[in-house]
Design a protein around this ligand. Structure first.
Ligand SMILES: [Fe+2]
Ligand SMILES: [Fe+2]
Length: 194
């Protein structure tokens, strides 16, 4: 799929605010790709498409999980966790996107996971730091991403904040998020930057 078609697709489907967010994520992912020697084209298209299913019907999303053999644990979560994995399926099956890195970046943009590819990392971080985000402490994360030279440290700090936030609200934490947190914990000497 060409980038213009991806933009058009998202523009038609998502409310304006979410469309602007999607474009911001794409731009931010490209900026990070330039800093970290990533693939800007893959980062851009994954950024544009990552929230394509954000507001899809939950029942339909559960069906997609079941019919496509996705992790059955997803059925215990809501659209916040499902919209990434479901969008990756839709982009592959309905729109013919075959690039594994792009699909993984869409799939895992909310939760992260252990051993992410470069494109996954770029989109995961871009989703958190795009200029429209005003989460408390986001400036620290922007500084880490843009000035401190480590995608992995940035991922760890995002995961840590996300997990702490979820726990403070008594919201269950999806397994991949915990795996991501542990894998990118740079205080643990097993972790190597890559
Ligand atoms: Fe999302
Ligand atoms: Fe997003």
């Amino acid at each position: 799929m060409k980038i213009d078609n991806a933009v058009e697709l998202v523009k038609e489907k998502l409310p304006e605010k979410r469309f602007i967010h999607s474009m911001n994520v794409a731009k931010t992912a490209v900026k990070l790709a330039e800093i970290y020697d990533g693939d800007a084209q893959k980062a851009e298209i994954a950024g544009v498409l990552h929230d394509y299913c954000k507001y899809d019907d939950l029942g339909t999303m559960y069906q997609i999980v079941t019919q496509n053999g996705l992790d059955s644990d997803l059925l215990s979560y809501g659209s916040e966790i499902l919209h990434g994995p479901v969008a990756a399926v839709i982009m592959n099956k309905e729109y013919g996107i075959n690039d594994e890195e792009v699909l993984l970046a869409i799939k895992n943009h909310t939760t992260g996971r252990a051993q992410m590819t470069k494109t996954e990392k770029l989109v995961f971080i871009a989703d958190y730091i795009e200029p429209g985000r005003q989460t408390p402490g986001v400036e620290e994360i922007r500084d880490l991403a843009y000035n401190q030279g480590s995608l992995d440290k940035t991922i760890y700090e995002i995961s840590k904040r996300t997990v702490l936030h979820l726990i403070s609200k008594d919201i269950n934490v999806y397994d991949a998020t915990i795996a991501c947190l542990n894998y990118y914990n740079y205080s643990d000497e097993r972790i190597k930057d890559d």
